[in-house]
Structures are given as C-alpha cells and as structure tokens.
Design a protein around this ligand. Sequence first.
Ligand code: NAD
Ligand code: DAU
Length: 363
Amino acid sequence: MENQTESTLNFIDKDKIPTDEHKIILVTGGAGFIGSNFIRYLISKYPNFKVINFDKLTYAGNLNNLITIEDNVNYVFFKGDVADPKDVKTAFEQFSPDYVVHFAAESHVDKSIINPDIFLKTNVLGTQILLNYSREHKVQKFVQVSTDEVYGSIGNDLNVNEEARLEPNNPYSASKASADLLLRVAYQTYGQRINVIRACNNFGPYQFPEKLVPVIIHNALNNIEIPVYGDGKNIREWIHVEDHCRAIDVIMQNGKSGETYNVGTGNKWENIELVEHILEKLNINNNIISYVLDRQGHDIRYSVDSSKIRKELGWKPQIAFEVGLDQVITWYTNHMDWIEEITTGKYMNYYDDIYKPRMMETQ
Ligand code: NAD
Ligand code: DAU
C-alpha cells in the first residue's frame, strides 16, 4: 500500500460524514488481523453503521487488509496513536463515536519479552487515554478486546470462567490484564458502560506471519524449517476469527454493561499436534519441523469456560475447526503476494531478531 501518510489518510470526503441515522463505531487497531476482519464483518452486515478505523499502522497494521472495503461510504480511516492524547482527542471531536471497540495493541508475546516498554505504553496508557475521551464524549459502550492469556497458565482438565484470578506471566499478558483493570475502574468509579472480552487463540485470513498458524503455513509452502518452541506440548484453544467477530458484535450490542465474557470453542491442541496436522493437510513431511529454544515463561495451557456468553447472549461458534483450517490454508495459498509483501520487508528483521538466537542456542 503506497502513501500511508497522515495528510492523505486523515482526509474525509463529504460522503463519509456520518448522519443521524448512523451509529458511529470507532474501531482501534482496525488495520491488524482481528480488527480488519471485524471491520469487514460490520461493513457487510450493517448498512447503518459508520466505521472509523483508528490505527497507528505499526509493523502489524496493513491497510491492504481492508482493500475490499476501503471505498465503502461507511468506512473511514484515521491514522492515529492511541497513546497520543492529541490524536485521540481529534478523532473523538471529529466523529463523536457511539461505540468504541478497542483492538489496538502490541499483540505478540515474543516481542513483549524482548521489549516490554511499548506494550505498556500502547496497551495500558493507550487504553486509559481512550477511556478518558470516551467518558468525556459520553460513548454508549466501550468494548475492550482482551485475551484469555490474562488468566495465565491453566492446569490440566480445568477451564477458567470470568471470575478466575488474573495471573499473567509475560509482559504482553500483564499489559492486557492491567488494561482490563482500568476498564473495571471506568465502570466502578466513573459509571462508564463497558464490556471486556477474553477470547482464545484466533486463526484466520490476514493474520500477521509472526503467529503460529501463518508461520506453519508460510514456512511449509516455502520449504523453510518450522520452529517449534520447547517440546511442543504447550496447549492452545483455537477459534476462527469470524466466530470471534460475531461474539464481539453480540457483546457490543447486547452485553450487560460491566460484564466480562470469555469466548472459546473447547477446541484445544498441543502445538506439535497442530503443526503435524497442518503439514498432513499440505502433504508435507514432518522433517521440516525444527525444535528450538523455548519461549521464556511459556504458558503451558490456556482453556476458557465460555458458557456465560453462550447462555446469556446465545452466541456459539459456527465454523467447525477443520472447515476453518481448510479455508485458511486455501486463503494463504492464494494470497502468497500478501504474505510476500510482509516477509520481504520489515518482517525479515523480526524473523532474525526472534528466531536466529533460538536456533543458535539449540545448535
Ligand atoms: P495485530 O497485532 O494483528 O494488530 C494490532 C493493530 O493495532 C495493528 O493494526 C496496529 O497497527 C495497531 N496498533 C498498534 N499499536 C497502536 C497504537 N499505539 N495506536 C493505534 N493503533 C495501534 O493484533 P490482533 O492479533 O489482531 O489482536 C487484536 C486485539 O485482540 C489485541 O488487543 C489482542 O490483545 C487481542 N486478542 C488477540 C488474539 C489473537 O489470537 N490474535 C486473541 C485474543 C485477543
Ligand atoms: O491466547 C490468546 C493470545 O494468542 C493472544 O492474546 C495473543 O495476542 C496472540 O499472539 C496469541 O498468543 P500466543 O503466544 O498463544 O500465540 P503464538 O501464535 O505466538 O503462539 C502459539 C503457540 O505456539 C505458543 O505456545 C508458542 C508456540 N509457537 C509460536 C510460534 C510463533 C511455536 O512453537 N513456534 C512459533 O514459531
């Protein structure tokens, strides 16, 4: 995507100025993986929603993710940093959002271990700044897109519900847990209307190739070793991103203010099993797998109890795991250009920073 400059991208043409019949949804981090899927979902489902995509365009933000809807009259991009009060103030004054759905974050655990500071700035301070302006502008609901990682590592055969203690074990999850507590304060002290959503691991189209599923597919298709951390026995619970988007929508519109909702599928895999499963689907030999140095503080297992959203809001996942996985493999196979653009650019530095030291230690 060319010309991602502030001057061109903050331009709003007259057709895009919202009218009274519209609900205005400010989506932060809408150029990232889940945010861009959520924006496409909203635009296709609700003709009366105006969606403002507020994004700083960090290494993980990619406007190509939104190319199919970028000309839609109900979509506006605003380049801004959630941790910069000037940017947030301008956006709130310009758009007066009815809802804020807050995805913007530094989202990758490995990066957080190397450089925690930016995680605190974006994920904690950024959330507080958004809450401040949401209060001032009387936003109807602030929806925090949190994560199951805030509960920390979960013992075998246990599922955690929303009452469980927050026991984060890495800088990323600690920053997300801190933000969740700020949401609690916004509700308890200032009477703001809020929800917190804690979903399990998402997979789907447009996921940045630093996360496990796209790493597996990309490396396999390019005959590059697939790095499996430690013994590969860590367990993650997986949800298709569209099912997560549906949950966010239902919580934004019908969730009881002040409540937290876990979002999960019960579909859990050891990392190594998932890697082998995808390789089998691709008909690629397991000898491409390379065991590498483990992640520091690597959580063994995540597993949420999502009965609350199922019972209270009638949500349940709609995409069977195998169907979703086949769709995602096909998507990546057909979008090698999307991935190439990333892997030939900044991502290569990322790859060297994260994987080279691990591989050297295990040689
Ligand atoms: P992502 O890294 O793909 O995207 C993050 C987006 O936020 C990018 O577009 C980036 O440019 C933007 N951003 C980062 N810093 C910003 C800043 N200071 N100001 C404005 N924009 C900024 O992340 P993702 O995987 O799509 O995750 C989105 C949210 O969902 C995160 O809050 C994450 O904690 C949460 N979450 C993710 C998962 C998952 O499996 N990926 C699961 C549960 C919850
Ligand atoms: O649980 C929700 C969380 O899921 C989100 O909050 C985070 O934003 C998201 O990044 C994700 O965190 P994980 O650390 O679970 O995801 P990641 O894809 O980085 O790793 C998944 C598992 O696979 C984890 O146990 C580490 C392992 N792994 C990961 C990569 C990238 C490997 O073995 N090799 C790899 O190359």
